[in-house]
Write a protein that binds this ligand. Structure first.
Ligand SMILES: *Cc1c(COP(=O)(O)O)cnc(C)c1O
Length: 367
């Protein structure tokens, strides 16, 4: 018996997507972004599948420690850096690169005795206004950090693009120029591009690129899918029908009775819900594949179940396979139906969903 709700993770597609990064950024080193459990795909699994990359990026110190403890050898940058001396000690002990974005961190560095050294990425805030130093602060910060024996030289420099997913937005070029000017006088590698930069903005391809979502086969842009960009989605989400029954004209379905049956039909109940990470805000009409055919979601998504209109599938029966996203139904399309971005859907897969590694040409039929 296959698990009820399960995600298939196609590791072959990881290599394919990595090749695409090389294709877009042939001269850059690649720092694969595997924060948030590799966008829901399993951090260690994806790190192992990405063996050939030059480095990894995670958000938090504990994510970096887990990678080191699993034997990952490459550079690992911790994007949020550290907030206290204990965290700096962990970064040093596990040989993790620190992103330096605040004067508080510079103070901690200045007090640190050097036994071993740590590599750093000085983060420039070129307009995102989240983490980083303003361009006019860089010179002073640089001079202070030069005096810290615990830090390896040359330093690395990075910034993050706020609007790169909108190819008509002038902010991206402005950010790139601001960053390049801010670091022009200093030696050391630079990194600017996320997935949208890699695909859409040649001027953002510096010494290192930081692909995230494109490695998972998903488009960073709202108006196309990963497949349209030549990427291969890694994750498919499946479940099965657990009930099929007639509903009558005038019946409502689900919590709040938000869907009113206008014409007698068959409905199906699928074992997937927001408790699995299927988006609560998916609207009636969101496509779902039953036996490989599109049918519309009806009514509200509940914790464990969704309901679908089986008018086009008179022979559907309990046990039949259901795909929530995967081949033939892009996660990007589901994100649009739920007023969100595919990142949140991938990251949101919960513990209850069983992970199956590999690729099955036809989703296994439960017996
Ligand atoms: C998450 C993140 C990335 C990757 O972004 P994608 O849009 O997934 O490619 C790159 N850089 C930083 C600083 C990030 O936080």
């Amino acid at each position: 018996m296959t698990p009820t709700a399960y995600a298939v993770i196609n590791l072959d597609a990881v290599e394919h997507n990595l090749m695409k990064v090389h294709h877009f950024a042939p001269h850059a080193k690649i720092m694969a972004v595997i924060k948030a459990n590799a966008y829901g795909h399993g951090m260690l699994r994806i790190a192992q599948a990405l063996k050939p990359v030059d480095g990894f990026a995670v958000a938090r110190v504990h994510e970096g420690i887990r990678l080191r403890q699993a034997g990952i050898q490459q550079r690992i940058a911790v994007l949020e850096g550290f907030t206290c001396e204990e965290e700096l000690d962990s970064l040093i002990r596990f040989n993790l690169d620190a992103v330096v974005h605040s004067l508080g961190q510079v103070d901690i560095f200045e007090k640190k005795q050097a036994h071993e050294q740590i590599a750093i990425w000085i983060k420039v805030d070129s307009g995102m206004n989240r983490l980083g130093f303003k361009p006019n602060e860089i010179k002073v910060v640089y001079q202070r950090l030069l005096q810290c024996p615990v830090i390896k030289q040359p330093f690395n420099f990075m910034t993050h693009l706020a609007n790169a997913d909108d190819l008509s937005d002038g902010m991206t070029m402005a950010q790139i120029r601001l960053f390049n000017d801010a670091v022009a006088d200093f030696p050391g590698p630079r990194s600017v591009a996320n997935s949208a930069g890699i695909i859409g903005w040649k001027a953002s391809l510096a010494d290192w690129v930081r692909p995230g979502v494109m490695l998972y086969g998903v488009s960073p842009f709202a108006d196309n899918t990963g497949e349209e960009l030549g990427l291969k989605p890694i994750m498919e989400l499946h479940s099965r029908l657990i009930a099929v029954k007639p509903i009558l004209k005038g019946d409502t379905v689900g919590y709040g009775g938000t869907w009113l049956c206008e014409r007698a039909t068959m409905m199906g109940v699928v074992a997937i819900g927001y408790g699995d990470g299927y988006p609560r805000y998916a609207k009636s009409g969101t496509p779902v594949l039953v036996n490989g055919q599109r049918v519309p979601l009806i009514g509200r998504v509940s914790m464990d179940m969704i309901t679908v209109d089986l008018a086009s599938q008179p022979d559907a029966k309990p046990g039949d396979p259901v795909t929530l996203w995967g081949r033939g139904l892009a996660v990007e399309e589901i994100a649009l139906c739920a007023d969100t971005i595919p990142y949140t859907l991938l990251c949101g897969i919960t513990q209850r969903v069983e992970i199956i590694e590999g690729w099955v040409s036809v989703p296994p039929t439960p017996v």
